[in-house]
Design a protein around this ligand. Structure first.
Ligand code: BG6
Length: 493
């Protein structure tokens, strides 16, 4: 049985509450010497993936690493997979090899990495086995927790500062805690183990080049940088509509919902990048300080507030989707949102009066991953033009990596009749997938693409009033049929 991360893929079958599988014949742990591959490979960091047999590892982490190894074939890593599943080294190596190839790594690179890797049967909630395993690791190690947050927290509670190798880096999957208080508690726990610079809270959206493209467009263009204020921008929408429905993830998703799964983490970070002040330089100190700065000024819009909805039965792309409440593992009494929308205000001179609408949901008719900037009308429109005046819009397609700019132009025929013209461009596409970028950052000890502890807490602080209002039923639970674009009453995005 695997210990899989919460954020992706099917429901993890194990939790801290679940009984552990019986210990292996020799008490779970291989001798420490078996685990010290730096003896043969000096200079190569050891990357331990906890939750090695889970969905996140096979679907995202290993293929992401494969894309990294395709670009950097000389990068040296010792890969150790660890989980409760009874696997032999060969089971793990086969998966590593296959995933590296899938990510595009050359066969000899995939083969070399797989051959040097090993598998360790391990229950991270076992107070005997887990600290001993950690103590056996070389100084230059990364512990990547591809595990449900509750399991990760229990595992960390079982460690002491002395157990951890000196240079260890901890990679922690989202969600980071389950509310502001638990995030604070988790941060306190981690601070007792390692320095903040050794903690890498993972949000794979920060590894998406489509998200990082926002920085270049915003700050390197004279035509955009000066107009990035309330004087010129009327409103901003950040939309992440998915056609995917529950996909067997009830165990995680039913306790999270769209607000927590997507808005609390991913979309708030995208908003922070869109709205931050200009950095002096692009580095982890400036970027994360400025993200924190704008998030601290962010509050749920008192007048516009929030919406929530849940899908009923419908069809997406010709496939029948059952009503969310009829999905296996769903508890209808939890009133989980599968579509959420929050309108935020940023209390600053730059953004006073500009609503930021963040929306995300599942089982929708169309997959849209957009950040849309709507500009205000010109200060004076000369008389004499005819036709509709189209609002200037700048659109980042975070899925396809496209940029669109809509402007008004003189149309054909009647030269004074205005039409809309849309310029579209493909933005640079990195061959390294988000998880490859994230892993490279952790392996290199560069926190640029990881979430700082206070930023993680601040994101919970922002959604807390929404969660509280929903809990007491202040905001009705709307319904939309799967395959539609959500409740019509919400207004079009
Ligand atoms: C994950 C969420 O973090 O991000 C999923 O848990 C969501 O529900 C996914 O589908 C979206 O990310 P990506 O990279 O697949 O666009």
């Amino acid at each position: 049985m695997s210990q899989d991360a919460a954020g992706h893929g099917p429901t993890p079958p194990t939790t801290t509450d679940a009984p552990s599988e019986p210990a292996g014949p020799n008490g779970d742990l291989a001798p420490a010497a078996d685990l010290d591959p730096t003896v043969e490979h000096p200079g190569a960091p050891t990357l331990v993936i906890l939750g090695a047999s889970g969905d996140l590892t096979s679907r995202l982490l290993l293929p992401g690493l494969g894309t990294l190894m395709a670009q950097e074939p000389d990068r040296r890593i010792i890969l150790v997979g660890a989980d409760r599943t009874e696997w032999a080294d060969t089971d793990w190596r086969d998966r590593v090899h296959e995933a590296m190839c899938r990510g595009g790594a050359r066969p000899e690179v995939a083969g070399g990495l797989a051959a040097d890797s090993r598998y360790q049967r391990l229950d991270v909630t076992d107070p005997e086995a887990w600290p001993a395993f950690v103590r056996s690791l070389p100084a230059d190690s990364v512990l990547y927790f591809a595990l449900p947050p509750a399991v990760t927290m229990t595992a960390c509670e079982l460690l002491t500062r002395d157990d951890l190798p000196q240079g260890v880096r901890l990679g922690l999957e989202k969600p980071f805690g389950s509310d502001l208080e638990s995030a604070r508690e988790f941060n306190r726990l981690l601070a007792g183990l390692v320095h903040e610079k050794q903690i890498f809270r993972v949000d794979h959206f920060l590894g998406k080049d489509t998200v990082l493209n926002i920085l270049g467009v915003r700050f390197a263009n004279r035509m955009f940088e000066p107009v990035w204020t309330t004087g010129d921008i009327e409103r901003v929408d950040i939309v992440f509509d998915e056609t995917l429905a529950l996909e067997g993830r009830a165990g995680y998703y039913d306790k999270a919902g769209a607000l927590i799964d997507m808005i609390q983490s991913h979309l708030l970070l995208v908003m922070a990048i869109l709205a931050m002040e200009e950095p002096n330089r692009i580095d982890h100190i400036e970027l994360r300080d400025l993200m924190m700065h704008v998030l601290r000024a962010t509050h749920c819009h008192p007048e516009i507030g929030s919406h929530r909805a849940r899908y009923s039965a419908g069809q997406v792309g010709g496939k029948d989707i059952p009503s969310y409440v009829d999905e296996p593992g769903v508890d209808p009494a939890r009133e989980t949102d599968t579509l959420a929308e929050v309108t935020l205000e940023i209390r600053s001179r730059r953004w006073a009066g500009v609503p930021f609408r963040l929306r995300s949901g599942k089982g929708l008719g169309d997959a849209r991953r957009l950040a849309i900037i709507y500009f205000r009308p010109v200060a004076h429109m000369p008389e004499g033009f005819t036709g509709k005046v189209h609002q200037n819009v700048l659109l980042f397609d975070l899925g396809e990596g496209r940029l669109g700019l809509r402007i008004a132009t003189n149309g054909e025929g009647d030269k004074l009749s205005l039409e809309e013209t849309v310029f579209e461009a493909e933005l640079g596409d990195s061959p390294v997938r988000p998880y490859g970028e994230i892993l490279a950052g952790i392996l290199d000890g560069n926190p640029l693409l990881s979430v700082r502890g206070d930023v993680a807490e601040e994101c919970w602080r922002i959604v807390a009033p929404v969660v509280a209002a929903w809990r007491v039923g202040e905001v009705p639970m709307d319904e939309y049929a799967a395959g539609t674009m959500g409740p019509l009453t919400w207004g079009r995005v």
